[in-house]
Design a protein around this ligand. Sequence first.
Ligand code: ADP
Ligand code: MG
Length: 156
Amino acid sequence: MAIILKTTLKTTLNSETETQQFAKTLAQNSNPPLVIYLQGDLGVGKTTFARSFIQFFGFDKVKSPTYSLVESYQNDIINIHHFDCYRLSNPEELEYIGIREYLKGNHIQLIEWPDLGKGIIAPADLTIEISGDNNMRKLTLDAQTNMGEELLKCIN
Ligand code: ADP
Ligand code: MG
């Protein structure tokens, strides 16, 4: 079945500060349940983006889940799971960490390297593709569901 892209938003960010601000604006308009894929080369800013997004909800320390596969954040208002599938050699490995439990319930999921978790991770509401070099970044945000589309309308 073809994925119909309902809405696309493109933006250029000229500094890390602008990326951080953009991530916080997105966070401010995000409501669970929501799944966001973060795509792009190594070092392009996926974790930087996720960190600011998560910090918006009051979590100061956000470390990259590259080695742990997933880091979770929970407080009175939100429950967030931040995945990084980079080190997976097989999506099935996600079963070992109890992925099914992570897929239940009312939360936000941010997923780096989603292609490597294909077939096991939740489908995306919003896909964010990051590219660029030096301090400039181009972001393409594609909504895959009505919820993703609503989110893009909010930040546009
Ligand atoms: P990834 O998770 O995609 O591998 P990271 O977020 O770990 O990437 O690293 C991104 C790097 O790019 C950081 O060192 C960050 O300081 C740098 N950077 C420079 N400019 C930007 C920008 N505009 N947006 C995001 N990161 C930036
Ligand atoms: Mg990363």
